[in-house]
Design a protein around this ligand. Structure first.
Ligand code: HEC
Ligand code: HEC
Length: 324
């Protein structure tokens, strides 16, 4: 198409171009207007709570302990530790509470069960039995079976009473956020085989839930029929996850060490002193908040009354005696 003298003016084409331009502007203006409409169905932190705690309180605790110095949430933070955005949806409140109480050890099934006995945790997770819990939070099952009772790379952070439920509230919020499918599901070819290879050639796929011996907490009540009482106490305390907080020696973990404890004088937070006899130890196990040891926060040790029978508590005390 040549226009040597510039006379080939084509009004129709021009009009078409102008109409298109007008349409584009209309689309642009409409889309701009949409971007001001507040996002539908997106949760905000003030809408999410756990027990009596707001997600916004949890965010403050999250910042105070600098969790983002190691973890990411929604992709922000440091890449030393796993992303926590969907942690609540994966592992649920009972597992997270058990974990944060003694983060240096992965929770056992017994530890998660103990948490489920706390009314506010059971109410929030909406289930009663550990089987239902696993069905609702499959990540908890995977974590208990593959790692339960083993050490972690996260330090014990020694939280005060309400900080753990506050953190749970915050993680509940990040889980409820609509992240438009982020983070994407990790799909690695032959992952099971690779993990097996890395762990020394066991060919059984790790994800299908092979049970490690140490983490089986169903032994809590009826452990080692023939073994003596102290041995039974040892098994119970391992399966319930007590050992995540109590060392067999005098080292302080989250709670006081059990070494040389029986018969010792224990200073309490109210300034008094008690002798750590059988009765005191049994009470400390079943109703830990009755007497708080000096220098330790209350409400960190779960009340085991509903899960540990008096007989089992006695067996644990017999085991503690052997640590003198
Ligand atoms: C010094 C680094 C560090 C800090 C600070 C830290 N974490 Fe961790 N955390 C880790 C590491 C490392 C892991 C993974 C442990 C492993 O795989 O052995 C972890 C694991 C976790 C997990 C379990 C993740 C999973 O795989 O299910 C949760 C939940 C968690 N941390 C929460 C927190 C919260 C909440 C805070 C702040 C109050 C926090 N962490 C602070 C290092 C840290
Ligand atoms: C999440 C951490 C945690 C877990 C799990 C835990 N404890 Fe404790 N425990 C503590 C803390 C913290 C204290 C000190 C505060 C107090 O007196 O309640 C304590 C105190 C005690 C005491 C009194 C110790 C003393 O020096 O007077 C005994 C006994 C005890 N726990 C036994 C147990 C047994 C048995 C289990 C398991 C069935 C268990 N604990 C599980 C944190 C824990």
């Amino acid at each position: 198409m040549s226009c040597p003298d510039g006379s080939c003016f084509e009004p129709q084409k021009r009009i078409r171009a102008l109409i298109m331009l007008g349409l584009m502007m209309l689309v642009f203006i409409m889309l701009s207007a949409f971007s001001f409409v507040s996002q539908h169905k997106q949760v905000t932190p003030d809408q999410v709570s756990f027990d009596k705690h707001q997600a916004t309180d949890g965010k403050r605790v999250f910042q105070a302990y600098n969790c983002m110095g190691c973890h990411t949430v929604v992709g922000n933070g440091a890449y030393f530790a796993p992303d926590l955005t969907k942690e609540y949806a994966n592992a649920g409140p009972a597992w997270i509470t058990a974990f944060l109480g003694a983060a240096a050890t992965w929770p056992t099934e017994g530890a998660v069960k103990s948490m489920l006995l706390m009314p506010h945790i059971a109410a929030d997770s909406g289930v009663k039995t550990i089987e239902e819990y696993y069905a609702k939070y499959p990540g908890a099952k995977e974590r208990v079976e593959r790692r339960g009772g083993k050490p972690t790379y996260m330090p014990n952070l020694l939280f005060n009473g309400d900080e753990i439920p506050q953190l749970v509230a915050f993680m509940k919020y990040t889980s409820a956020m609509d992240t438009e499918g982020w983070p994407p599901e990790v799909k690695v070819k032959d992952l099971d085989k690779r993990i097996a290879l890395a762990q020394g050639g066991h060919s059984a796929p790790l994800r299908s839930g092979s049970k490690p011996a140490a983490a089986d907490a169903s032994t809590a009540g009826a452990a080692t029929a023939g073994g003596d009482i102290a041995e039974r106490g040892k098994t119970i305390s391992a399966s319930l996850g007590c050992v995540a907080c109590h060392a067999p020696g005098t080292t302080k973990l989250v709670g006081p060490g059990w070494g040389k404890l029986h018969g010792a004088q224990v200073k309490l937070a109210d300034g008094s002193t008690v002798t750590a006899d059988d009765a005191y130890l049994i009470e400390s196990i079943l109703k830990p908040n009755e007497k708080i040891v000096e220098g330790f926060p209350p409400s960190v040790m779960p009340p085991y009354e509903a899960i540990v029978s008096p007989d089992d508590a006695k067996a644990i005390v017999e085991y503690i005696k052997t640590l003198n």
